[in-house]
Design a protein around this ligand. Structure first.
Ligand SMILES: NC(=O)c1ccc[n+]([C@@H]2O[C@H](COP(=O)([O-])OP(=O)(O)OC[C@H]3O[C@@H](n4cnc5c(N)ncnc54)[C@H](OP(=O)(O)O)[C@@H]3O)[C@@H](O)[C@H]2O)c1
Length: 337
């Protein structure tokens, strides 16, 4: 066990894009677990769009990270010292932690991953901790897609969006995805079976979306908000559903963001627009994991993961999420298990 703990601390709230001075990378001593707690060593750190929300003090769904505190993250690690009977040394755990090599876990925020076989730990962590359940519950519980309906998803080649589109295909829907590069569009259409892919950066979205959805939109799974939300609102069918999963187009905004211009469609078409956080479904995670795992084993769902080595690269890597430079679920690897 190394003698120092490398740790990222929040030093400044970002204004606009995340800059290099927002976090500092320090060497500190390794903490000691108290009774009922345990110490674990980081294996993988999930990098998620919500990291930018937690760095800020905008209104949010959990308290922002305090200035000078360790940066919060979703983590996977190995227990190295334990004062808790249910967390033996060597156990693989995952949950809410911090961007640090060594950290203290408690059962309230970190759970044993158990035996993930035949799925590798890295894949189980990547797909089943956040993005898979987000796609599963957001689409099926809130979107309620029915066979033959049209489902549109934004950030469609991303970690959540790519699963949403594939689940919608399994449910017999026509699926249209929006993504930011031709390579991402080709992947979702040719490899994942989306019916139409639209490059929202190079195409006229209202025009191509109208052509791609001749029968209107029944479910718009919103990962981005902003102009794409507006274009979708315009095409929503009577009693359409909009699961509001994320608003990544506005996380880095420096000015208040205007509301959607087509807001009236919510009234005219009697739409249901419902925000959700995946933690709302925590008790039903086993259902999502079992079903998604089955679909993955059957080859009906494919996932893409982008793994970057080295905790020291976390700050530069997280920035990729907001420019679209990531391809698939973005993670840092410190040590494989
Ligand atoms: N509600 C929840 O519990 C929950 C849980 C997890 C994630 N989320 C949300 O789900 C969304 C996707 O998250 P993810 O983890 O799957 O990340 P991701 O999609 O793998 O990565 C983020 C993607 O967002 C796209 N993007 C970035 N800026 C954009 C902009 N201005 N306009 C349109 N697209 C933009 C980029 O793809 P392109 O190259 O295609 O632009 C980028 O690759 C995020 O909004 C996130 O906050 C919500």
């Amino acid at each position: 066990m190394s003698e120092v703990n490398r740790i990222w601390r929040l030093r400044k709230r970002p204004v606009g894009d995340i800059t290099d001075d927002v976090l500092s990378f320090e060497e500190e001593s390794i903490p000691e677990p108290s009774e009922g707690a345990f110490l674990f060593r980081l294996n993988y750190l999930s990098l998620d769009p919500t990291n930018r929300i937690w760095m800020s003090d905008m209104d949010q769904y959990m308290p922002p990270v305090e200035l000078d505190a360790p940066m919060r993250g979703v983590v996977c690690g190995t227990v190295v010292k334990s004062h808790h009977p249910d967390y033996a040394e060597g156990a693989i755990v995952s949950g809410l932690g911090v961007w640090a090599d060594y950290q203290i876990g408690t059962p309230q925020i970190v759970s044993p991953m158990g035996d993930t076989r035949p799925v590798a730990v890295v894949d189980a962590f990547s797909t089943f901790t956040i993005v898979g359940p987000t796609a599963y519950f957001g689409l099926l519980d809130i979107g309620e897609p029915k066979e033959g309906e049209t489902v549109v998803v934004s950030a469609a080649a991303g970690a959540v969006g790519s699963i949403v589109g594939q689940v919608a295909k399994i449910k017999g829907c026509r699926v249209v995805g929006l993504a930011g590069t031709n390579e991402k569009c080709a992947w979702i259409q040719d490899d994942l079976g989306f019916d139409v892919a639209i490059n929202y950066r190079t195409e006229d979205v209202p025009k191509t979306l109208t052509a791609a959805c001749p029968d209107g939109i029944d479910v718009y799974f919103d990962n981005v908000g902003g102009e794409i939300l507006d274009a979708c609102l315009k095409l929503m069918n009577f009693k359409g559903r909009i699961p509001t999963c994320g608003l990544i187009s506005q996380y880095n905004a420096t000015e208040p963001v205007p509301g959607p211009y087509n807001y009236a469609m919510i009234l005219m078409q009697r739409l249901r627009v419902e925000g959700f956080i995946v933690l709302d479904f925590a008790e039903r995670y086993p259902e999502a994991i079992a079903t998604l795992g089955q679909w993955m084993a059957e080859g009906k769902i494919k996932v893409r993961t982008e793994i970057v080595d080295g905790l020291e690269n976390a700050l530069q890597t997280v920035k990729k999420l907001y420019t679209g430079a990531n391809t698939g679920k973005l993670m840092i690897r410190v040590k494989d298990v």
